[in-house]
Write a protein that binds this ligand. Sequence first.
Ligand code: CTP
Length: 409
Amino acid sequence: MQIYKVGGAVRDRLLGKPVTDIDWVVVGATTEEMLARGFRPVGADFPVFLHPKSGEEYALARTERKSGRGYGGFTFHASPEVTLEEDLIRRDLTINAMAEDDQQNLTDPYHGQRDLEERILRHVSPAFAEDPLRVLRVARFAARYAELGFKVAPETLGLMRQLSESGELEALTAERSWKEISRALMEDQPQVFIQVLRDCGALKVLMPEVDTLFGVPQPEAHHPEIDSGIHTLSVLEQSALHKQPLTVRWACLLHDLGKGLTPEEEWPRHIAHEHKGLKLIKAVNERFKAPKDCQELALLVGQYHTHGHRALELKASTLLELLQSFDVYRRPQRFEEFIVACEMDARGRKGLEQRSYPQADYLRGAANVARGVAVQPLLEKGFKGPELGEALKRERLKALKAYKESAAS
Ligand code: CTP
């Protein structure tokens, strides 16, 4: 049997990037031979094994034929006769379809190295269409390598468009899609991921609620970029520039969905878009089974981002309600994430990227003041149960009024 390094490890070494995961392909071996060498099978019908010591993935060279829709729909054909070239041709991109032996000799039948140099993300063959998840993968690679100048080849974008229009994307499981989406959002230029999905018509299928924001105008005074879709991309871009966590990036992507529901005659204003957007945010959250913390923050940011922007003008009682809604006493981190998401929203506007956002420190201060109200003196006064809750609220309101006055003076 011959063993080769394949995929991302070869690509990233040639790009001079750090290699984290190594995938191997094994040519000329049978399942029995792999088991005899101590490799552990990953799944019953899957010709992939884990190395007994390193735990790295070793896949038997295989050709793949599609038998049905979705992930479960694959049949694999792995046999010792399958050649390295036959294995590589069914992979997604030319830059991912190179193999290397232990002497670092490159096997590159589909010109991945040329495409690496020319900064092109190009599919290897029509077998690309065997796995619709690749539409998301290509968009993710476009986001990851955007800073190096990589672009999707027009013929690959065309194929991605065909796949998007064919209904295949709808067959992807929430889990597989979310894995790609969450990884893509954590790249340095996640806005490129969304843009590429839009360019090939996949965004309309995966997140029509986001797609529809493009072409929806906002008031120029607050939004020099005007377009709600462009604004959303900029907010996402800001969230990555500021190294925000996934929760914040997800909330940034979904914060303005309500603007897609505004009747045209109300444009460019978007009255109550915060509230109207909630059912859309919920739908997208559930479609991809986003983790609970992402779901929660997206809903809260959707509902309250305008409160964040108006923080300095809010009445003390409204400020208190905001803090209560976030349960800022037990969940301080979540409120902090809300604050930064609002800040990204304020900066994700054309020409305003460097603006200051005094609301952030003001909100942090307010949260500290409310948290600083001690319970003990109220207990000592004999408050219990719901009355204690009411008394606490009164004290917090008092403290917030004082805070607001001192901030104003
Ligand atoms: N691959 C593919 N189609 C997929 C998934 C994977 O063709 N849907 C192939 C590609 O050749 C890829 C290799 O399997 O390079 C390994 O896949 P994976 O580990 O998921 O990705 P990497 O390319 O290693 O990229 P990353 O750095 O994102 O992990």
